[in-house]
Structure formats: structure tokens, C-alpha cells
Design a protein around this ligand. Structure first.
Ligand code: S3P
Length: 425
């Protein structure tokens, strides 16, 4: 798909629902008693994979496109699937569902696409096995396909080596079914959507610093969920409006949970003009409209505890850093190597293809800002966030940019290119 340099971006964009929250609403709704009504559900391929997995386990799910009704069967109401559970490209589906499957009274196999079959699953296999789960990698390589045989589980305290909400959530979900309290401590706080939503569904769950603890549940109860717009999707429009001269863009109803708002913190420190309008803070997920104006950006160092709060935004932050004054250093982000693609490598390769100066680090990137981008051929590596990040880069490139396999944005943002096009003037 071909892109060229853009004039100012102007207008309003309403971005699709949060991917992490959409997954969780279907999963928790499926194991709750009663109906869960979800509005703003992300109709992206990843979240549809989650729906299809639970349908295969006997859950009735009505997806009208504008709302999703999940008719939960209770904590012990899933049925043995007749087929393999296909998680597609979705790490969240694979890892979270494993925590639930570990405690069922049946055995099943789950797998996904080529990318999923290369992503590390030992990080959930180890703690779930400590809880008593029978979970194995069919090719003995620590990756999917996984065979899971439901077993009685015990509560554990687990100290995770990685700040990963998928690992944390997988253990907490298994903890719902365990015979005592389960807690997880992570090295830095990862997104806490599971903690917020599980509490809403009636679970006995507490958080203190980087530790979340859950007690076994008798039942969860179906709820009404309004999913906010995904800040990880908003990030492309934030970056685009900041770097394209003359831009002013209003992004409606974006989730601004503090465990996800690292992009906003970084942009502000780089000198961005971002206004938060109509903020709503209740005991659920905070949200606000974001007004973004083109700004002169300065480079910064991004590292440490900030990384989990912007992990999915790093590719577009790297693109944005090309337009900043000075050298942006991103460290402590080795997790990027095990995402849908090795995002340190794929970002570095593509930045070079666009004419930028970049160094690859083991755990991050150095982007030498200020060099005009030329345009070039971008390989998405079938990674949705890579395709969208470089569509943003194309807006300030002097020559044409051609993104290969650009349609992979359907994983998290069907309609992305149309929404971007509408803002061009
Ligand atoms: C997610 C957690 C993060 C993130 C992913 C979604 C989640 O992954 O990168 O896109 O919904 O829990 P990790 O838990 O592997 O950091």
C-alpha cells in the first residue's frame, strides 16, 4: 500500500475499543454467571479469536458489531472443545486462556499462527505448573501448540521475571480456581485491566504496589462493560499530529489508565502540546478526549518502570523520535523482541529503509533525530503495530512509502488507513 507526504492533519477521530479490555470482557463474561453486555468492543481479528475460542467451549456469544452479549455459564460451565482452539495472532488470548484452561475438567490443545508458534510460553507454563497445572508444549520448544489438561490447582506466590500483564493475568485467572490465595509480584507494574475488571465481576482481588493477590471465587457475575478507545491505537494519531506541521486533531474517548499512559508522559516530556478534555475518573477505567497540536519535540531517554506503560507504543515513539531534536534512547525494552515481531529489529530495519539514522541495542534503540525521512519500502513483518507506525512515518517522508502486507492492521485496528486518510488536508 502506497503513502505519501501529508499536509496538516485536522479533525476528529474516534478510535476503536481497547484490545486488552475487549479480550478480558469476553473471557471474564464467559466464566461469569449471567449475561455480560459489552459496548465499544474491538472488532479486530485478535478479539474475534477470543470470541471464537469461547464459542468452541459452548459459550453463546451474540456479536452485532455495535455490541457483544456474552451469555456466561459460570466458573465451571465451559465444555470441552471438539476442535483445537485457534488463538490466531493473539498473545493475550493464548496466555490468558491458558490460566482458565489449567483448571477445567477437560483436556484441550491451543495454537495460533506462525508468529504465535514462536512466542515464549514458558513464562506461563512455569507458574501454572507450580500451581499444579498439566501444560506442555507439543513441540517441546516452550511455544504453542500447547496441550492443557485441567487439574486441581493450588495457590502460590509467584515472582515474575518480566513485567507482563499477560503472565500476571494468566496466573490470577488460574487463582480463581485454586485452593488458596494466589499472588503475583512483577518487577514493574504492568497494565492492571484484569485487576480492575475481575473486581467488577465480583472477584476478591487486591493490589499493592507491584503485587496482585486473588482468592478463590465461588462465582463471578456478568456485568455491563463500556470499553474505552485504545490508547495504543490513539498513539498513531498522537504521533502523527505531533510531527506533521500545522496539525490539530481531537481523539475521542481514549482510555488513560495510568498503567497505559506512558506515551502521554513521554510526549509531554518531549514538549508536546496535548490537552486532556472531559476526563472521567470513576472506579473503572479512566478515559478522556485528547487534543493534539503539532509541536517542536525534543529527544529524551525512555527506560525503566516507564517501559511497561508504553510497551506497545515504542514502534511509533521511535518513528516520532525521527522528528525530534537530539537523540532518543530507548532501553530496558528487551520484551520488544518477543512481540508479534522482534520489534527492535523490525523498527530498526524499517527506520533505515525510510532514511533515518538508528542504532539497535540488545534491549532498545537509539534514534538520531532531525534527519529528513526519504520514504522507501517498509516490510510490516505481518505485525500490525509496525504497519501503523510506518504509515505515520510516511506522513513526513519526502518520497513515497510502500508498506508491504499493510492489511495486517486488521489485528487491532480495521479501518486505520481510512481514519488516517480522513484527517489529511
Ligand atoms: C497485553 C499485555 C502486553 C501487551 C499486549 C497486550 C495484555 O503484553 O504488549 O499487546 O492485554 O495483557 P505482555 O504481557 O507480554 O507485556
Amino acid at each position: 500500500m502506497k503513502f505519501s507526504k501529508s499536509g496538516p492533519l485536522k479533525g476528529t477521530v474516534t478510535i476503536p475499543g481497547d484490545k486488552s479490555i475487549s479480550h478480558r470482557s469476553v473471557m471474564f463474561g464467559s466464566i461469569a454467571r449471567g449475561t455480560t453486555e459489552i459496548t465499544g468492543f474491538l472488532q479486530g481479528a485478535d478479539c474475534l479469536s477470543t470470541i471464537s475460542c469461547f464459542e468452541k467451549m459452548g459459550i453463546q456469544i451474540e456479536n452485532t458489531g455495535s455490541s457483544v452479549l456474552v451469555h456466561g455459564n459460570g466458573l465451571h460451565g465451559l465444555k470441552a472443545p471438539e476442535q483445537i482452539l485457534d488463538c490466531g495472532n493473539s498473545g493475550t488470548t493464548t496466555r490468558l486462556i491458558s490460566g482458565i484452561l489449567a483448571a477445567q475438567n477437560f483436556s484441550c490443545t491451543l495454537t495460533g499462527d506462525d508468529s504465535i508458534q514462536k512466542r515464549p510460553m514458558k513464562r506461563i507454563m512455569e507458574p501454572l505448573s507450580m500451581m499444579g497445572a498439566q501444560i506442555s508444549s507439543l513441540r517441546s520448544n516452550g511455544c504453542a501448540p500447547l496441550q492443557i489438561t485441567g487439574s486441581p490447582l493450588h495457590g502460590i506466590h509467584y515472582t515474575s521475571k518480566v513485567a507482563s500483564a499477560q503472565v500476571k493475568s494468566s496466573i490470577l485467572l488460574a487463582g480463581l480456581y485454586a485452593d488458596g490465595e494466589t499472588s503475583v509480584t512483577e518487577p514493574a507494574l504492568s497494565r492492571n485491566h484484569s485487576e480492575i475488571m475481575l473486581k467488577y465481576f465480583g472477584a476478591d482481588i487486591r493490589s499493592e504496589g507491584c503485587t496482585a493477590s486473588i482468592r478463590p471465587a465461588e462465582e463471578l457475575y456478568g456485568q455491563k462493560i463500556t470499553v474505552p478507545g485504545d490508547i495504543s491505537s490513539a498513539a498513531y494519531f498522537i504521533a502523527a499530529a505531533l510531527i506533521v506541521p500545522g496539525s490539530e486533531v481531537l481523539i475521542k474517548d481514549v482510555g488513560i489508565n495510568p498503567t497505559r499512559d506512558g506515551m502521554l508522559r513521554v510526549c509531554r516530556e518531549m514538549g508536546a502540546d496535548i490537552e486532556l478534555l472531559n476526563p472521567v475518573y470513576d472506579d473503572g477505567e479512566p478515559r478522556a478526549d485528547l487534543l493534539i497540536r503539532h509541536s517542536h519535540l525534543k529527544a529524551m531517554e525512555i527506560k525503566g518502570d516507564l517501559i511497561p506503560a508504553l510497551i506497545d507504543e515504542i514502534p511509533v515513539i521511535a518513528v516520532m523520535a525521527c522528528a525530534a531534536e537530539g537523540n532518543t534512547v530507548i532501553k530496558d525494552a528487551a520484551e520488544l523482541r518477543v512481540k508479534e515481531s522482534d520489534r527492535i529489529l523490525t523498527v530498526a530495519n524499517n527506520l533505515r529503509a525510510l532514511g533515518a539514522d538508528v542504532d539497535e541495542l540488545d534491549d532498545g534503540l537509539v534514534i538520531y533525530g532531525g534527519k529528513p525521512l526519504t520514504g522507501g519500502i517498509i516490510e510490516s513483518y505481518m505485525d500490525h503495530r509496525i504497519a501503523m507506525s510506518f504509515a505515520v512515518g510516511s506522513l513526513i517522508a519526502n518520497g513515497e512509502t510502500d508498506i508491504r502486507n499493510a492489511e495486517c492492521v486488521n489485528i487491532s485496528y480495521p479501518g486505520f488507513y481510512e481514519d488516517l486518510e480522513k484527517l489529511k488536508h
